[in-house]
Design a protein. Structure first.
Length: 244
């Protein structure tokens, strides 16, 4: 072993890391895009019948207090959030037991035309999604900025049960949409949720996909770790994949 190599290994140990492989890059925020809807009681839509959002200051330095201290009141399905199997599956896993694997990895963003409300099997077949593990649908809600509008729009695009079945059968591990539900408003039964969550597939709802276009990305979406409940708000970021 040469003196130079010994010195390199010793220096690496002293610095608490091993030599970085050629071609790898330091972990940083470079290239990552935030696709989380900002929570704001004045602008964030709330699903009909869900708990309203209320944010307040218990202490406020702008009013002479020594510190600023806030209190938040909101539903588990506010803004960008994740539905765990427990949401519609008896004895399904709560949000704190959803594994990290489906929440981190390669994802494909698929553009759905503004005229389309039902993402059914026919619409799904028009897009290249086979072979991917995670899918995010960028729909009329993104085109109209609905995740940044306090009005609740009932005519959002939704995933029809037959498309949900195709996605589940194909081995997709995560599905995401750009409004606060993946289910048709007023559906006679929550079949889309039952199909996906019944197969252990978490659903990300309420994404703000305005900063991105269709294509392949890396995804990290992590919910608050709330013990024993069916969903929680989440932070979602994506990074364009290159060289694939």
């Amino acid at each position: 072993m040469t003196v130079r190599l010994c010195f390199t290994l010793l220096l690496s140990l002293l610095m608490g890391c091993s030599p970085r492989e050629a071609g790898t890059r330091e972990l940083s925020a470079q290239g990552w895009i935030d696709v989380t809807a900002t929570l704001d009681p004045a602008r964030t839509p709330v699903y009909a019948g869900d708990a309203p959002m209320k944010f307040d200051f218990l202490k406020d330095m702008r009013k002479g207090d020594i510190l600023t201290l806030s209190v938040y009141s909101l539903g588990a399905h506010s803004g960008t959030h994740i539905d765990a199997p427990m949401h519609f599956v008896a004895n399904g896993a709560p949000i704190d037991q959803v594994a990290l694997d489906p929440l981190i990895g390669a994802v494909r963003v698929i553009d759905i035309p503004d005229s389309v409300r039902a993402i059914d099997s026919g619409e799904l077949s028009r897009h290249d999604w086979r072979g991917v593990k995670r899918v995010l649908f960028r729909t009329r809600s993104t085109l109209r900025g609905w995740m940044d509008s306090s009005e609740f729009h009932k005519d959002f695009a939704y995933i029809a049960p037959d498309a949900a079945q195709l996605l589940a059968d194909a081995g997709v591990v995560l599905v995401g949409v750009d409004y606060i539900s993946a289910e048709q408003f007023g559906a006679p039964a929550p079949r889309t949720h039952q199909i996906l969550l019944g197969r252990g597939i978490p659903i990300v709802e309420g994404l703000d996909l305005r900063p991105v276009q269709s294509g392949d990305y890396d995804l990290i979406v992590l919910p608050l770790k709330v013990r024993g409940h069916e969903g929680a708000p989440a932070r979602a970021i994506v990074r364009k994949r290159t060289g694939i």
